[in-house]
Design a binder for this molecule. Sequence first.
Ligand SMILES: O=C(O)CCC(=O)C(=O)O
Ligand SMILES: [Fe+2]
Length: 226
Amino acid sequence: MMQAGLAEGLNARGWAVMPGLLDAAQAADLAALYDGADGFRARVVMERHGFGRGEYRYFSYPLPPLVAQLRQALYPALATIANDWQARLGQAARFPARHEDFLQACHAGGQCRPTPLLLRYGPGDYNCLHQDLYGALVFPLQVAILLSQPEVDFTGGAFILTEQRPRMQSRADCVPLRQGDAVAFAVHHRPVRGARGPYRVTMRHGVGTVLSGRRHVLGMVFHDAA
Ligand SMILES: O=C(O)CCC(=O)C(=O)O
Ligand SMILES: [Fe+2]
């Protein structure tokens, strides 16, 4: 699964939209899983941890077929970009071409718990700026897929990415997403071209306050959790 402009966007600003990754029915079906009794390993109420307001649930293994397919299919193109970033940042480690091989490394290192998740926000809910790190092994790119229809299912709730450059003020981007669109983005760092070679900037993502309605998202993290 390679989309035009993926590497360009990620290299230029640390994120890129993949339009129409899911159709409306697929998005609605995934969102509806949130209320199911089974299929999840944990539920997190964000307010209890100071993460924001709203809640999310981590899927358990085996993942729902569509979630498993997306995780496997999205990975290879991102691994190519991740390896280019590793080289530019002077990091020796490289990511395997196939997600199953990367997962094996996670599991060998004690990161065995699945990280794909469904998030649900209602009026007044938001997600504080954060980085999804779950152990020593980090795959540097992740994907979020908007399952709800903006302006119809919810208002507000913009997906936000910030970039913190050394000794400079932070910059924020608000990512325009329609239902079924995915955004690929840097988990924690990305290389930026500087006059004296590449340097590293720190990225964080979050969600602005939902003003009305219900907003559902599928979060796709490629490393598993300790
Ligand atoms: O709700 C969102 O759009 C952000 C979800 C998120 O933090 C994630 O997918 O890691
Ligand atoms: Fe996140």
